[in-house]
Ligand binder design. Structure first.
Ligand SMILES: *Cc1c(COP(=O)(O)O)cnc(C)c1O
Length: 459
């Protein structure tokens, strides 16, 4: 595809017409985009010939790695046979049927109905309309409030933005969706103060209880949360958090929506983050790892206790997308899941890779600028700090993180910066040697950062 173009030519053409998602276009075009031309395994290649280890698996999604010919082949076969048909008006097609069956076999017990969407955002939109409808058809239409968390991420549609707790996103494009509130996040490193992680975990969980009481339990439809906040900065909750939230959910008449768009499909070392934390969601939203990003697709798994009420009482659920269960996307998802199962990538992540990552990545905590280098499953982070003891932040939030991300990419590793937290989420297909490479490249960048901080005096 016109790969004889130079980087400068691509940049110029891109700047002329392409408005990038989640981007400051003035800044993008001042620097020029990085043009990614191909990818193989855990590596991406850019138009300047650089080979970069993709420590983020794209946007958390490329679980099986790049270049899996069997996914493309399955999609091509499906395109030849039935490139599109809708699932409205009492129709179905074999790929949607097969994929719903497959997902239901993987979801936590008692979640047997699968609603297809085109993305993670659409999955969360679906969840919002679903939980409100669930209560309405039972004669409780006042139960409309959904409680999310500050700094949670649930997507970029209006419902996704509102459910999420990203301040910068709330500031644009409002007014937001009514009846959505937020509680504090279980981010001990930044917000735990003098409390122990365990004490802070309980406090953060009890914020849910307090919020339910504040707005009135009779008004609350659901609590939505990522098992581990991803885009917020790989926020691994203290060990006390989820057990306490579970206790509260059990006592209250509200539903629980697990946003597993990042945690699903093996990211945490289990098929679901909910399994890692022993949670029983009523609604489970997925996307990303469902197709490893090879085609856009999302889905919502619904617990029997919810689907039975909806099937029985809701009549037509007036919700669905033109591309719900798109046959080619279903084929991609089925081929992707076949790889995950066939190569036991989830089991290997749990037994082999996650402990190895914990050891290698965790060793970066010895670096003078790293306050925390924890991992969970195949998620990892580095909290950058000028003072490890006080867990202080650098004076200008995000500046050091941005600098570090840019150096890391120049050093051949994609790490993402969330303010001054560096995060990774590599493909599950990564090898131990590649984990070594990732940790070594991160260390090199940290040492460069150390010199940079000394030279500039930035704290
Ligand atoms: C990425 C993400 C979404 C949004 O998914 P899109 O496919 O970008 O719409 C929702 N929730 C979480 C947890 C995510 O990480």
């Amino acid at each position: 595809m016109l790969t004889n173009q130079t980087t400068a030519q691509w940049r110029e053409r891109d700047a002329a017409h392409h408005w990038h998602p989640q981007s400051d276009m003035k800044e993008v075009n001042a620097h020029g985009s990085r043009i990614i031309t191909r990818a193989e395994g855990v590596y991406i290649h850019d138009s300047d010939g650089n080979k970069i280890l993709d420590g983020m698996a794209g946007l958390w999604c490329v679980m099986v790695g790049y270049g899996r010919k069997e996914i493309g082949a399955a999609v091509a076969r499906q395109m030849d046979e039935l490139p599109y048909y809708n699932l409205f008006f009492q129709c179905s097609h074999p790929p949607a049927t097969q994929l719903a069956e497959k997902i239901a076999s993987l979801t936590p017990p008692g979640m047997n109905k699968i609603f297809f969407t085109g993305s993670g955002s659409e999955s969360n939109d679906t969840a919002l309309r679903l939980v409100r409808t669930y209560w309405a058809v039972q004669g409780k239409p006042e139960k409309t409030i959904v409680i999310g968390r500050r700094n949670g991420y649930h997507g970029s549609t209006l419902a996704g933005v509102t459910l999420g707790g990203m301040k910068a996103m709330h500031e644009q494009g409002g007014p937001l969706v009514p009846d959505i509130t937020h509680i504090d996040q279980p981010y001990w490193y930044d917000e735990g103060g003098d409390l122990s992680p365990e004490e802070f975990g309980l406090k953060a969980a009890r914020a849910l209880e307090a919020e339910i009481d504040r707005v009135g339990e009779n008004r609350v439809a659901a609590f939505i949360a990522e098992p581990i906040q991803g885009a917020g900065g790989v926020i691994i909750p203290p060990s006390t958090y989820w057990p306490e939230v579970k206790r509260i959910l059990k006592e209250r008449e509200i539903l629980f929506i697990a946003d597993e768009v990042i945690c699903g499909f093996g990211r945490t070392g289990e098929w679901w983050g909910s399994t890692s934390f022993d949670l029983q969601p009523d609604v489970l939203c997925m996307a990303k790892g469902l197709t490893s990003g090879y085609l856009p697709m999302g889905a919502v798994a619904v617990a029997d206790r919810v689907s039975e009420v909806m099937y029985e009482k809701a009549g037509e659920f007036t919700h669905g997308y033109t591309y719900s269960g798109h046959p080619a996307a279903c084929a991609a998802a089925l081929a992707n899941i076949a790889i995950l199962e066939g190569e036991d990538l989830v089991g290997k992540a749990k037994r082999d890779l996650a402990p190895y990552l914990k050891e290698k990545w965790g060793a970066l905590a010895d670096h003078p600028l790293v306050g925390d280098a924890s991992t969970f499953g195949m998620l990892g982070k580095l909290e950058l700090t000028p003072n490890k003891k006080t867990r202080a932040r650098f004076a200008k939030p995000g500046r050091i993180g941005g600098w570090t991300r840019n150096r890391s990419i120049a050093n051949g590793l994609v790490m993402r910066a969330v303010r001054d937290s560096m995060i990774i989420s590599p493909p599950l297909s990564i090898t131990k040697a590649e984990i070594d490479e990732m940790a070594a490249k991160a260390l090199k960048t940290l040492d460069e950062l150390h010199r940079h901080v000394k030279e500039t005096g930035e704290i």
